[in-house]
Design a protein around this ligand. Structure first.
Ligand code: ZN
Length: 151
């Protein structure tokens, strides 16, 4: 990672952890799921409003470390306006960015600013913090009744 990207990474994550976007339960949400990362103690509830296969609103509540909060904040921003298929594709790309094989790493061009989470790979214990919100949103999309845990 270049020094510029490292600065951007820290700046964006700090900004989103201090001022999380969509940190609320949207009115009329029709999907929700809870997630828990026992390794760090991050807890999150993700809310979605889906209309005609499109995520029209997304929000979250919960408590967690800076990485998990920033990830949830940036995730909810990224998901708004996406179709369910696009949301699923974005989950796959984000997951590959953090956990993929070395040959698949690097910055996928269409992740936008979510690519800053590539820096989290250098801290394996934080990978679950960064992916918690995504696993939780996937459970919300699949309408799984049981809470998600990263274990
Ligand atoms: Zn955490």
């Amino acid at each position: 990672m270049t020094a510029d990207l490292r600065d951007l990474y820290q700046e964006l994550i700090l900004d989103h952890s201090r001022n999380p976007r969509n940190h609320r339960a949207p009115e009329a949400s029709n999907r929700r799921a809870d997630g828990y990362n026992p390794l760090c103690g991050d807890k999150i509830t993700v809310y979605l409003r889906i209309e005609r296969q499109v995520v029209v609103d997304a929000g979250f509540e919960g408590t967690g470390c800076a990485i998990s909060t920033a990830s949830a904040s940036m995730m909810t921003e990224s998901l708004k306006g996406k179709t369910l298929a696009e949301a699923e594709a974005l989950f796959g790309k984000f997951h590959d960015l953090l956990t993929g094989k070395p040959e698949n790493q690097g910055s996928p061009p269409d992740l936008g600013k979510l690519a800053v989470f590539g820096g989290v790979r250098e801290f394996p214990i934080r990978v679950k913090c960064a992916t918690l919100a995504w696993h939780t949103v996937r459970a919300a999309l699949d309408q799984k009744p049981e809470p998600v845990t990263t274990e």
